[in-house]
Design a protein around this ligand. Structure first.
Ligand SMILES: C[S@@+](CC[C@H](N)C(=O)[O-])C[C@H]1O[C@@H](n2cnc3c(N)ncnc32)[C@H](O)[C@@H]1O
Length: 369
């Protein structure tokens, strides 16, 4: 291997290259799992930086309005459910900002705080300690590595913002002779590169008909999570809100993207130091939840969802009496969350519920049949 390549590789890139040299190319899902989740060198455990001075900004980091409105929506659903004791669950809480804003905004809802037991599903020890700092002083906060570890005895109120997009995907390309899986290999210079599996993709994956050259993404990890969630909601009752970037139909082509300091970069370079994500196929998640017997609403664009929850009203409350600088910041955050030029249509919200309840922020005709 050239000396310049050896010097440029991250420690994780070298480990992944060794693995591939020992056992052959790996699928994209294995690459993503290592790049994001390797216990000591992966992006989330070792390098995750969320926020304006980090790699990328999520909705709760854009404006407090986001977490506040999610909190009030969940509290509203809880009241409709009759106000039972509930497990409040967040998948992948990042800096803990959404949960902190949610709890502050709902502190005045009578009985809500006392009904909650808080469960954060987070694998990164570094982010767990950031979340603990953010939620310091709160009782009844529990961390888990997996949704399966959250006790299954009470109704759930669950939120997952930009969580599904971080779960691994597999990619397939249509050739004349059929589908081939796209894999990660090592090129002649020792760098990671994309290749195609030596053998055809098993017919059991049923990728369907498509023109030669089409790329299709599947995410067994996302589907397994939605199956688990639907099963739990069916057994325990409750409401889940999933907000992410993606569409009701799968986006054609590769949607795997890497971001470093707010710039898109090559997903194969500097693994462990860059964030990886891909667009969420909400239609696939909705079908799984429907098959599990749940009521599903959406997806609806984030902007419309937040406006229905009262984003403009909340903005007006916040700017009242605020300094000119703070008002400008609040208005800018509100626009970024809701406008089409920001996150308003790129991001979508999906609700899954066992209750015969209309989830706040959704219209009856948005129920998936
Ligand atoms: C893109 S960040 C989103 C953070 C937060 N929800 C927000 O909106 O700011 C993804 C979060 O999910 C966590 N995460 C990623 N994969 C995970 C997994 N398989 N299990 C549990 N947590 C995971 C990350 O550590 C991080 O907290």
């Amino acid at each position: 291997m050239a000396a310049d390549v050896a010097a440029e590789r991250t420690a994780l890139e070298a480990r992944i290259a060794e693995l591939i040299e020992a056992q052959g190319p790996i699928d994209v899902a294995t690459f993503m799992t290592l790049a994001l989740g390797h216990p000591s060198l992966g992006y989330y455990p070792a390098h995750a930086r969320l926020g304006a001075d980090g790699d990328f900004v999520t909705a709760p980091e854009v404006s407090q309005i986001f977490g506040e409105l999610i909190g009030l929506a969940l509290a509203d659903a809880w009241r409709t459910m009759g106000g039972p004791p509930v497990r409040l669950v967040e998948l992948g809480p990042g800096n803990g900002t959404l949960m902190a804003d949610l709890l502050r905004a709902t502190a005045s809802v009578p009985g809500f705080g006392a009904a909650l037991d808080i469960h954060l599903v987070e694998t990164s020890p570094a982010l767990r300690s950031r979340q603990a700092g953010r939620l310091a002083g709160l009782e009844r906060v529990h961390w888990h590595a997996d949704l399966g570890d959250v006790p299954g005895d009470r109704p759930l109120l669950l939120v997952a913002n930009e969580f599904f997009d971080a779960l691994p995907i597999r990619q397939f390309i249509k050739e004349e002779a059929g589908w081939r899986e796209i894999e990660v290999a090592v090129d002649g210079r020792g760098r990671l590169c994309l290749t195609r599996a030596a053998g055809p993709t098993p017919a059991a994956l049923r990728l369907g008909r498509a023109p030669v050259g089409s790329v299709v993404e599947l995410s067994p990890a996302r589907e397994a999570l939605m199956e688990d969630l639907a099963h739990r909601l069916g057994a325990q009752g409750g409401l889940a809100l999933v907000i992410d970037y993606g569409e009701a139909e799968p986006t054609p082509g590769s949607t795997l993207q890497a971001v470093h300091r707010h710039q898109k970069v090559d997903p194969l370079t500097r693994p462990g130091e860059v964030d990886l994500s891909s667009r969420v196929d909400f239609g696939a998640l909705a079908r799984i939840a429907r098959t599990g017997g749940l009521a599903v609403f959406g997806p609806v664009p984030q902007g419309a969802f937040l406006e229905r929850l009262g984003a403009a009203l909340r903005l007006a409350q916040l700017v009242r009496g605020a300094s000119a600088d703070r008002s400008a910041g609040l208005e800018e955050g509100y626009r970024r969350l809701t406008a089409a030029a920001g996150m308003g249509t790129l991001f979508q919200a999906l609700a899954v519920t066992s209750w015969p309840l209309l989830p706040p922020g959704f219209a009856a005709e948005e129920m998936v049949s």
